[in-house]
Write a protein that binds this ligand. Structure first.
Ligand code: PLP
Length: 333
């Protein structure tokens, strides 16, 4: 299952869904019905799995369009069953179990009884079982136990043969752990070329490069402030390039003053002062001939996005999903 929620992690939902659909994957994982509609409007026919809970008013459409929900409560199941009956259908659903995430799914007590009740809904087909890992990139011991727990649950419900699809792993779970009884995984971040476990980064190539261009190159004298708040003041004559990107594009303002670099003409060069909404300034004194119009890499092959996320005190998921619509997405083949 390729996870393409949040506009395919900021990469552009339709283009990424089309590209992944061509790889014969079994499911596209989305957060909500709005994303599912956009995938269908783009002409992609791959099965759609809804990763989160659904609102009651969305469910008739989910049944009609054969999207696959995960079920966290008997009330949801009862409602889906009724709607499927009205539409003379049998809806394929997955049972979600909470093995530690605390966000959705059945809490693990009395699961065999719960499954029996779910099986009594004759217009539902329980074709899968899933759970989610809260800390596969932070707590290995807990995650190993969680896999074991998930396998025990499957065994207690009739074994692997009972469920066509058995899934627990996100990217970190898929990269770093034995899958055991699981036969489906739900990678998101790693599809976009970033590993949540640094030791696997060498196996992946980052998909997104965030680029802008130099708009101005000027010489400032010593003692001249740069950007809002004058947090940076030159101590010597300084060549300063102004670059046409800022936090209004999703580049994190939080990296201001944290020593983040950009890449221009094969050189790493430091950002000066605060990031503004639409522009930032870069010290190009040490660089050879930076010119107006030069391409600037904010992150990509030369400036790892993980480095920017760290300096912004956040995670790569948030950096990617924060790139705003103003940034034109260009796709290379
Ligand atoms: C977002 C999400 C994923 C993907 O997680 P990554 O860490 O990006 O691989 C998998 N499963 C569920 C339930 C999710 O919400």
């Amino acid at each position: 299952m390729a996870v393409v929620k949040a506009g395919a992690y900021g990469h552009g939902l339709e283009e990424i869904a089309k590209t992944l659909a061509a790889q014969q994957i079994d499911f596209l994982g989305v957060a909500n019905v709005g994303e599912a509609r956009r995938i269908r409007e783009a002409g992609v026919q791959t099965r759609i799995y809804l990763l989160g809970a659904t609102w009651s008013e969305e469910r008739a459409e989910i049944v009609a369009r054969d999207w696959t929900p995960c079920i966290s409560s008997l009330q949801e199941a009862e409602h889906f069953n009724r709607l499927a009956q009205l539409q003379a259908k049998r809806l394929r659903v997955h049972i979600a179990v909470d093995t530690g995430m605390g966000r959705g799914g059945f809490v693990v007590d009395h699961l065999p009884e719960t499954l029996r009740q779910l099986e009594s809904f004759s217009h539902l087909e329980i074709e899968g079982i899933g759970s989610h890992l809260p800390s596969a990139d932070e707590d290995e011991a807990f995650t190993v136990k969680q896999f074991a727990r998930f396998h025990e649950i499957i065994d207690s419900l009739g074994g692997a043969a009972r469920f066509k699809w058995r899934h627990l792993a996100n990217s970190a779970g898929l990269l770093g752990y034995e899958q055991g009884l699981c036969n489906l995984s739900r990678p998101g971040l790693m599809l976009y070329g970033v590993s949540p476990l640094p030791e696997f980064q060498g196996n992946l190539a980052t998909v997104m490069t965030l680029k802008s261009r130099v708009t101005l190159v000027r010489s400032l004298p010593a003692g001249h402030g740069v950007s809002y708040g004058r947090q940076f003041v030159t101590t010597k004559p300084t060549r300063v390039a102004t670059v046409g990107i800022g936090y209004g594009d999703g580049y994190p303002r939080h990296v201001s003053g944290k020593g983040a670099d950009v890449w221009i003409r094969g050189q790493r060069l430091p950002i000066l002062g605060r990031i503004t909404m639409d522009q930032m300034m870069v010290d190009v004194t040490a660089a050879v001939e930076v010119l107006e119009g030069d391409e600037v890499e904010l992150f990509g092959a030369n400036i790892p996005v993980t480095e920017i996320a760290e300096k912004a005190e956040t995670i790569v998921w948030e950096i990617f999903t924060g790139i705003t619509p103003r940034v034109v997405r260009q796709y290379l083949d």
